[in-house]
Design a protein around this ligand. Sequence first.
Ligand code: AHR
Length: 323
Amino acid sequence: MSRKWVISAATAAAALFIGLGAVQAADAKKLVVGFSQIGSESGWRAAETKTAKTEAEKRGIDLKISDAQQKQENQIKAVRSFVAQGVDAIFIAPVVATGWDSVLKEAKEAKIPVMLLDRQIETKDQSLYMTAVTSDTVHEGRVAGEWLAKQTGGKCAVVELQGTVGSSPAINRKKGFDEVVAKNPGMKIIRTQSGDFTRAKGKEVMESFIKAENGGKGICAVYAHNDDMAVGAIQAIKEAGLKPGKDILVVSIDGVPDIFKAMSEGEANATVELTPNMAGPAFDALVAYKKDGKMPPKWIQTESKLFTPDTAKAEYERRKDAY
Ligand code: AHR
């Protein structure tokens, strides 16, 4: 072998070595994020989990998801375990709004940034989390209420299916809707109860409302804090021999494929969209913080848009595989 070839081979080997080293260094910098997810109570929740995985993959982030099965105590355990593992950040979709201070203090002491996804918490110490990626859930309730007020000329006996007791969307979606009711003397919430954001509970509670209200004849509309409960309510209305979307109007929140299907079949009337992509903006904020030290705003607000049956068929087609 000539001397020139020996040098080239050595250079190639060195380049390969440096290249591998660079890959190893990049690998070593791969961000690890722990995500304490609530569970899988709704179609929207399943879509949020799926989207979080896709968005993590896109960015080469190692995402560790812990399913809390709707229990705050499991979420607290998960956060503690992420702290012990020394992850780069912790995402939490908090099942309820209160009771987070002490575990978040532990994350803060370990210098691990915490980002809230889709739900807010109640705390006096705002430094316990870096940012919250959520919609304006009060506004969502308002949008649903305003749509109903317009549709009924401000006269409507409403039954309300609330979300999980103590969760920020249940508190706020009620608040926003109540504001509209207060402005319309002919609008009344005649019954209200939690359906825990699930289809089965939504159906069960709606059945009891129908029974209590003369077989449903006294009900003008059902306002459900999420689409899954609305889908359960639709089932209950049908089983009672009434026509959902006509005899009883149906308005809800989320924008999942099933509600668009119901709307296209004339069985639901309106939904306020909540994007399931909460993790994407959180990852972007985290990367900007880790790379350039850029502090995100305290609230990264996602859009809330009203959808009605006119676009339902197209929206169903567009969403059915993405969810
Ligand atoms: O926090 C978001 C809410 O939680 C969604 O509206 C609902 O479907 C989910 O369970």
